[in-house]
Design a protein around this ligand. Structure first.
Ligand code: ADP
Ligand code: MG
Length: 309
């Protein structure tokens, strides 16, 4: 008999503990301010229903609500990372469900926005550039900044049809302007494709090998905002000038899609630069490119000190 008795006693003791635990959990749950508020908003819920759903209520109580107990998404304490519990009532029954928390939503939005800048061969400092840094910093480049701010204002309503052709000496921050703009446009879900001209030429040439050339050209034709950095830095072949650059600009002109450029040359100088290729001097063809550049952008000089150390 002994073993049976002791087993029974043990069971009673544990059951006592169980009863006590249960009571404690129940009182904790029912005294939780948020649960109290929830129940007071739904007076039709019966005691029996509360009793039946004590575990759900306990789960609700134990979870962080909209990040109130977490500092980051990685540090989320909830069973489902990045999800916050909500209680609701249907037909007088208590239901527990989960919704994405603010931090998770913000994180997803940021990841989505990062995808909006397609940049090829751009230094990190350019990709981190911000409009605020530009504005704080000087008066010499006011005109250029004003044009940029105007573009941004228009971009809130949709993609404007004209970009800007920024020209000026080496090191004044022309490329930095493009980076800052691309970062700002992300906020309106406008994507930018930012490419350094000499690399653009290499990229297109290398795509002969894998037959992706048409796909690539199409990509540059259709990008929301195309940014060509340092046009004129390298002399283009007649083929690249007319068949690639010419056709991309032609398409964007017809579709009213903006293009941004940076250059050390003003448009007149660029025209001379584009006219001269290994196959000779072709002023008419260069003039045609300049006409298209004028259709897709307005030219704005940038002056100032050389910021390169
Ligand atoms: P450019 O394209 O006119 O030759 P960059 O845009 O490359 O000049 O700018 C030259 C350097 O100065 C870069 O290192 C850039 O990051 C930095 N720079 C330019 N403008 C700013 C600015 N407003 N605030 C901080 N750094 C800047
Ligand atoms: Mg530059």
């Amino acid at each position: 008999m002994e073993p049976v008795q002791s087993t029974l006693k043990k069971w009673m003791r544990e059951n006592d503990n169980f009863q006590e635990n249960y009571k404690k959990i129940k009182s904790d749950v029912l005294n939780d301010p948020e649960i109290k508020e929830f129940l007071s908003l739904h007076p039709s819920i019966t005691k029996k229903e509360i009793e039946k759903n004590l575990i759900k209520l306990y789960e609700y109580k134990s979870q962080s609500k909209q990040c109130d107990r977490c500092t980051s998404l990685g540090g989320c304490k909830n069973m489902l990372q990045g999800y916050s519990p909500i209680l609701h009532v249907e037909n007088n029954e208590i239901h527990l469900s989960y919704e994405k928390c603010h931090t998770r939503i913000a994180d997803e939005k940021q990841k989505q926005q990062e995808k909006l800048i397609r940049s090829l061969y751009m230094p990190k400092e350019i990709l981190d550039a911000t409009i605020d840094d530009l504005i704080h910093d000087d008066t010499e480049r006011n005109d250029a900044i004003r044009e940029l701010i105007q573009f941004i204002g228009n971009a809130e309503k949709g993609i404007p049809r004209k970009g800007i052709y920024f020209y000026g000496p080496f090191g004044v921050g022309k490329t930095y302007f493009l980076g800052a703009l691309a970062n700002k446009l992300k906020e309106f879900n406008i994507s930018s494709t930012l490419i350094y001209m000499p690399e653009f030429v290499r990229e297109i040439k290398s795509s002969f090998k894998d037959d992706s050339i048409n796909e690539k050209i199409d990509y540059f034709k259709k990008a929301d905002v195309l940014m060509l950095d340092d046009i004129g830095a390298e002399s283009l072949s007649a083929w690249f000038r007319d068949e690639i650059l010419g056709s991309i600009l032609q398409y964007r002109m017809m579709e009213r899609l903006p293009v941004f450029f940076t250059s050390n040359y003003d448009l007149k100088q660029l025209e001379g630069q584009l006219a001269t290729t290994r196959t000779g001097v072709e002023n008419v063809k260069a003039g045609r490119i300049i006409e298209r550049i004028k259709q897709v952008s307005s030219d704005v000089p940038i002056y100032g000190e050389n910021r390169r150390q």
